[in-house]
Each structure stands twice: as structure tokens, then as C-alpha cells.
Ligand binder design. Structure first.
Ligand SMILES: [Zn+2]
Length: 384
């Protein structure tokens, strides 16, 4: 993708052709909603898509349905330095008197985007060196934005506020921002990108027009991997299958050279999921204590892999033959989970895991989240 450029083009986005068509039509019809919410899984196409759309909105001479890459606005977007584009993202406070804003950490954000076009929240925490402080958006952010938007635009028709992870706004920030979203100054468009929309303040959420990105078709990921990394077609097929339509996940799988890392986590996730089936409260408590030692990002990743296990277990029973990628040594364990997990139970299991995931991203204690989850699943397996 557009090596060296921080902002992609539409042509760099994988598997979102219908959405891109819709975004282009907004502009042709001069009907762009003033507050859009792109929803995707972590590492999905939502952030690159929102950035590509920002580039397109600002481009001075778009052609063939994409930005030109040569005009003043495009050159500014290459380095995410357009004067009418305001990227906003969660940041940390240095101390209790600090009034942090994204603009103070924009160079860190650029640096992250130069390394990862599809960043995870954990990448951002690394870039911020936030250690145990949970990044969020403070009222100082909203006030700064209010101030900036009180001036006229510098050079373009649109002023774009790009909000990455609006679910991490604290309430005072959200309330202040709400006023701007309700009555935006002329030409102001809010583009928000969320991986956890249920955690967005409802008053804000209800004002956003939602766009859910599509899962990237497996063959597109395969082709991307073969084109960019020259790996064998069987490796590309396996990795793209495991990535479940998420290019970042595919790239991460590829990065962990022999893929051993993912598979060992898969086994751990299967073992955790097997505990509520056994239903021994002592073992559940011990496991929750053990998991408490994980980094928060690792604990979240483990929940995501538990979702993979549920899907794999499901396909063991209902899927087509050959659709299973569980390693042979893990097959028995996954089969045992599959024996207990009825089709009707799966949405509930996933919902409980997603709730635990939301709690983890809201700083609830790890052992409490995992203990509650395993007890809840254990009741579910017992039909309660
Ligand atoms: Zn241009």
C-alpha cells in the first residue's frame, strides 16, 4: 500500500468496493452525512477506509474514482498534515494537571501509521509508551477542537474530524463533543472509527450514521499475501483462512514465522473454554488468577481466539469437511467443546465473550472479568 504514505487511497482498501461506491456517491450527490461511524474489528479496514475517504474528500482533482495523489491536499494527506483535517485519538495524562490533546501526540500517531496501516489499540499503547495508564479522550481534547473549529477552514470545502476509537472518550469529553456533532460548524464532517461501538456514549452513537465494513473475501487476502510476500499458495490459503477476513490478522500470522505463537494461544483458549464445561469452581478460580498476570492486550487477544475456537468447534459439527484448521493435537479438545456447544448456545457464548472484552477495554480487573465469564459460561452449559 502506498509505501511511505500515511494515508491510503481507495485502491489500497481490501474488499470494501460497495462501501467505497456509497462514499463516492455521497460526494457526487453532495449528501455526505456530517457524522459517520465506521465499525470494524481491530486491525480491520475501517481506519484505512476512513483515511482514504478523508483524502478523497480533500483531493483537489480526483479522477477515476480515487484521489489524484499529486495535488496540494494529497501531498498534505501523505504525511497526515492537512490543515483542515483533525485526527483525534485516545491519549494519556502525564499527571493529574495535564490537559492532553491528540495534537500533542500526533507525531506518535504518524509514527504508528508509518509502521502499521491497520493498527491495533495495543500498537497505539506501545507508541504512546502508556504502560499501565489507559489512554482516553479527555475534555481538553473536545475544548481544543471546539476552539479550532471556531475558525474558518484554511483551504478546503470540508473540515474533517477523524476520531479513532470514540468509545474511549470520557463522559465530559463526549458531552462537549456532542454539541459540535449536534450543530456542526459549516463544512465539518465527523468520521469515527470504532471497534467497540456499544461502548460509545448513547447520545453520541444515536447521532452517527453507521457503516459496517465487510469481511475481506479469503481469495483477496490470499492474493495480497502472494503478491506482497511471495509465499506458497498453500501457505497463503491457510493463513488467509485463519485470518477470517482480517488482513492485519493475516499479516500477524505471517509475522509469527512458524505460526507457533497463534497455535499455542489457540490451545490455551481451547483449554480455558473447556473449563466451564467441566464446571469445577476451584479450577475456574485458579485459571482466573493465572490469567490475571497477563497484559491487558494479551487477555483481550485470548478472548478473540476463544471466539475462533467456538467457530472451529462449530464447523467440526456443522461445517464442510476440510473446513477445519485445528491442529491435529488439538482436535480432541475442540471436539469435546463441540460436543457441548449447541447451535443455539453459540450466539450467547459469543455475546458473553464480547461483554468480557468490553469490560477488559474498560479497565475492569482481569481476574474478575475472566472469573465472571467462566462462571457465566458454565451456567450456560448447564442450561441455566
Ligand atoms: Zn489529490
Amino acid at each position: 500500500m502506498t509505501e511511505g504514505r500515511l494515508t491510503p487511497f481507495f485502491r489500497d482498501i481490501l474488499g470494501q468496493d460497495t462501501l467505497i461506491e456509497r462514499l463516492r456517491e455521497y460526494i457526487v450527490d453532495e449528501n455526505t452525512p456530517h457524522a459517520l461511524l465506521f465499525v470494524d474489528k481491530e486491525g480491520g479496514e475501517a481506519l484505512p477506509l476512513a483515511l482514504a475517504f478523508t483524502r478523497y474528500l480533500q483531493c483537489e482533482s480526483p479522477s477515476e474514482g480515487d484521489s489524484c495523489g499529486r495535488c496540494r491536499a494529497c501531498l498534505q494527506m501523505d504525511t497526515l498534515a492537512h490543515p483542515d483535517v483533525f485526527p483525534i485519538f485516545p491519549v494519556t495524562k502525564a499527571d493529574s494537571n495535564d490537559k492532553p490533546t491528540s495534537v500533542d501526540r500526533l507525531s506518535d500517531f504518524r509514527s504508528m501509521l508509518s509502521k502499521e496501516k491497520r493498527p491495533l489499540f495495543s500498537d497505539w499503547k506501545t507508541a504512546l509508551r502508556s504502560e499501565n495508564r489507559q489512554p482516553q479522550m479527555y475534555i481538553s481534547e473536545a475544548e481544543y477542537l471546539q476552539h479550532k473549529l471556531s475558525y474558518k477552514s484554511f483551504q478546503s470545502k470540508y473540515r474533517i474530524v477523524l476520531v479513532w476509537l470514540p468509545e474511549l472518550m470520557n463522559t465530559p469529553c463526549a458531552n462537549t463533543l456532542l454539541k459540535l456533532i449536534e450543530e456542526p460548524p459549516p463544512g465539518v464532517i465527523f468520521l469515527m472509527v470504532s471497534t467497540n461501538p456499544s461502548a460509545i456514549l448513547p447520545t453520541i452513537y444515536s447521532r452517527l450514521q453507521r457503516i459496517r465494513t465487510a469481511t475481506i473475501p479469503q481469495n483477496k487476502i490470499e492474493r495480497y499475501l502472494s503478491d506482497h510476500f511471495g509465499i506458497s499458495s498453500s501457505a497463503a490459503t491457510e493463513v488467509s483462512h485463519l485470518s477470517q477476513g482480517n488482513l492485519r490478522k493475516a499479516l500477524d500470522l505471517l509475522r509469527t514465522e512458524n505460526e507457533g505463537d497463534y497455535f499455542s494461544k489457540f490451545r490455551e483458549a481451547s483449554r480455558i473454554l473447556y473449563l466451564p464445561i467441566k464446571g469445577d469452581p476451584k479450577l475456574i478460580k485458579e485459571k482466573a488468577e493465572e490469567l490475571h498476570k497477563l497484559q491487558r492486550s494479551e487477555a483481550i487477544e485470548l478472548l478473540d481466539i476463544m471466539l475462533d475456537v467456538i467457530r472451529e468447534a462449530n464447523s467440526t459439527i456443522y461445517g464442510e469437511p476440510g473446513c477445519q484448521y485445528t491442529r491435529s493435537e488439538d482436535k480432541e479438545l475442540v471436539q469435546q467443546i463441540a460436543n457441548f456447544q449447541t447451535l443455539g448456545m453459540i450466539p450467547k457464548m459469543m455475546e458473553h465473550i464480547m461483554t468480557a472484552r468490553a469490560e477488559l477495554s474498560q479497565n475492569v480487573m482481569l481476574k474478575i472479568v475472566y472469573f465472571d465469564l467462566l462462571v457465566t459460561l458454565s451456567l450456560l452449559f448447564r442450561g441455566k
